[in-house]
Design a protein around this ligand. Sequence first.
Ligand SMILES: *[C@@H]1O[C@H](CO)[C@@H](O)[C@H](O)[C@H]1NC(C)=O
Ligand SMILES: *[C@@H]1O[C@H](CO)[C@@H](O)[C@H](O)[C@H]1NC(C)=O
Ligand SMILES: *[C@@H]1O[C@H](CO)[C@@H](O)[C@H](O)[C@H]1NC(C)=O
Length: 468
Amino acid sequence: MLLDLLLASFTLANTAAALALYEPADGKVMWGGWVDSENATATGNIGVGGDSPATFNQRLGKNAAVFHMSQSIPLAISPFDQTEETVPLKLIEDTNTDAVLFLTVYPPQYVAGSWDQVTDSDLLKLAYQLGNITDPTKSSRRVMLRYAPEMNGNWFYYAQQPTRFKTEWVRMWTAVRAVTKRVAFVWSPNASNGYPFGGKQVPNAQLGPLDSNGDGTLDNNDDPYTPYWPGDQYVDWVGMSVYWKGDPATGNPPHDNSLPPSDYWTQLVEGGGKFGGNKAYPFYTTWAKGKNLPLVMSEGGSAFAISQQGTSGTLPVGVGQLKIEQAFWQGYLNPTFFATYPKAKMFINFEYEKLNEDPALPTQNGVTRDYRITNDPTVLAAFQSDIAGLGNVLQWSSKFVAGLDPLTIGGGTSDTVPKSSGSAATTTAPSGGSALPVSMTTVTTSTKSAAAQMIAAGAAAIGAALLM
Ligand SMILES: *[C@@H]1O[C@H](CO)[C@@H](O)[C@H](O)[C@H]1NC(C)=O
Ligand SMILES: *[C@@H]1O[C@H](CO)[C@@H](O)[C@H](O)[C@H]1NC(C)=O
Ligand SMILES: *[C@@H]1O[C@H](CO)[C@@H](O)[C@H](O)[C@H]1NC(C)=O
């Protein structure tokens, strides 16, 4: 039984098509959520809170492949006990699966001189945290690190500073890599629809390098991505935030509860169409296909708008939540999309209901939106039915095995050389534990150590085979 598991766990990948770190095999797609495990909040951007990865899996009836969580750098201090707040890893451990921790780390979002706050000691702390989470003798979990995301927008104060961003990215990469090679680095701008989002608004913004066509103006004709590219050797995955919040033509902020077009996803990842921004800068073609890097929807979803500040009662339901959510997920969870965008390998739904205040008019016209797929029973049932129709393309997580080196669980190797030069052989994950039940039996200590030994032996054998 264990031997079967072991043998199934290791297959030699085609060396010509090297996979990035934690990239699933070609033809496989990982899906998961950013669940609202925060406490309910009563002021500011109000969220419902109280969810967890384990209850998300229970509702879904599947074990999500990945969970998104975020923390700050420098670490925030808990108002409850004054300790530093790192992500609640235990909530993922409670699923008893090997789900990936997709960790977003935000430099100060609304502090002028944001980058100046990030010290070497903060970076070392981050590196040790990730070193321990990915350490086979400790938490033994895959981590994908999305650092300073949406850096091409104008809503976070660390953004719109391309020169500083690149320097800081390399500084972060160097600090983490000095401690561990088990972290995959995700470079993740916002989709460019609406770019440059109203222009230069962030303290310390640098117009110069953003005016990529040199016409003296930062506008939609400039390249929304390239100025922030830190270099091939520093990035394992490329990511993007992709949301549908209604047709901007019908209101500001948009909240019309209309359907996203069926090719909405394609418009956003490639540009063009009514919503997609400048087609001259196709994200998928340039960064995923062009650099042979896997693409992740780092966060995204379709918004059902419930209410708006300054108005009483609920907003008109429009086409209704089911159609709004379903049209969005069907836009990327379908065989034609998979065939057209084979490097799109991971999708993370923003599983929140949340009030987003309009920064321009705080407390006046913020919209409360529900992006959740697993909350409303009708929406959930439609999602379950649609994913069942995809066969075994979706790669769910497997049962957690203590002591298993994350590097051997899924995807490519950790390179020390740029991926473009082609890495040596890689090991890839099996087709994934899609058949596993949601409630998994507890792994006993003896099972754990036996499994760990077998896997270590298997890894050594494969290592030897690779040398031949
Ligand atoms: C939620 O609130 C409790 C106190 O009621 C606190 O102990 C806990 O740390 C909070 N959790 C988060 C994620 O802020
Ligand atoms: C775990 O963290 C400690 C500091 O708390 C550090 O000394 C150690 O090197 C870390 N382990 C790994 C594998 O990164
Ligand atoms: C980022 O892009 C998405 C489109 O994918 C858009 O809906 C969203 O409003 C943008 N973010 C902000 C903060 O403007």
